[in-house]
Design a protein around this ligand. Structure first.
Ligand SMILES: *[C@@H]1O[C@H](CO)[C@@H](O)[C@H](O)[C@H]1NC(C)=O
Ligand SMILES: *[C@@H]1O[C@H](CO)[C@@H](O)[C@H](O)[C@H]1NC(C)=O
Ligand SMILES: [Ca+2]
Ligand SMILES: [Ca+2]
Length: 167
């Protein structure tokens, strides 16, 4: 028979463990987002704009982060009034062609969620290919434009998404 004190300690430990798990989940959900639903900037200016708000241009490093940002974008109602959504995210291969990294975290893009046949580094002219990524959604696009990535010309102006990164 377990002593009441032991039982109490066990319960306390379990409660503490659950609390710790909840905190992690809460912190993740507390990641704040900002969607520039009404004005467009080129990729470089989008990076600067996010920093000026104490935020970073979006990174989408796994399925959970993808789900969280989709949930946020849904909450803005934007896709209810628009057939699609295109917004800059921080993935880019400016440093080395074909090697995509998140400008926000410096990490390599390991979570591959590209639209079909992307990234294609489409040549704008003799000097410029596509080195910056957008998140794209198209209501009639099925699985292919379902908040997937696509490289675009960094100088073009698009909407963009900023995020806070947990410390
Ligand atoms: C994008 O990620 C989601 C969730 O991880 C996955 O279901 C989907 O198949 C991925 N799409 C592409 C094009 O990689
Ligand atoms: C698009 O992604 C969402 C979220 O991952 C998923 O629930 C939905 O089934 C996907 N739609 C298509 C057409 O693949
Ligand atoms: Ca490129
Ligand atoms: Ca492309």
């Amino acid at each position: 028979m377990m002593k009441p004190q032991t039982l109490f300690l066990l319960l306390l430990l379990t409660a503490l463990q659950l609390a710790a798990q909840d905190t992690t989940f809460g912190l993740f959900r507390q990641k704040e987002y900002y969607f520039s639903s009404s004005f467009k900037l080129n990729w470089y200016k989008a990076v600067e704009y996010c920093r000026s708000r104490g935020m970073f241009l979006l990174s989408v490093r796994n399925a959970e982060e993808r789900a969280a940002v989709i949930e946020y974008l849904d909450s803005t109602g934007y896709t209810k009034t628009h057939k699609g959504l295109i917004a800059w995210i921080s993935a880019n291969d400016l440093g080395e062609e074909g090697e995509f990294h998140w400008a926000s975290t410096g990490e390599r893009v390991n979570y591959q969620n590209w639209s079909e046949t992307e990234p294609n580094d489409y040549k704008i002219d003799d000097c410029n290919g596509e080195d910056c990524a957008i998140l794209e959604y198209w209501s009639e696009g099925g699985a292919n434009y379902n908040y997937t990535f696509n490289d675009r010309f960094c100088g073009r102006e698009y909407l963009f998404i900023c995020e806070t990164l947990p410390a």
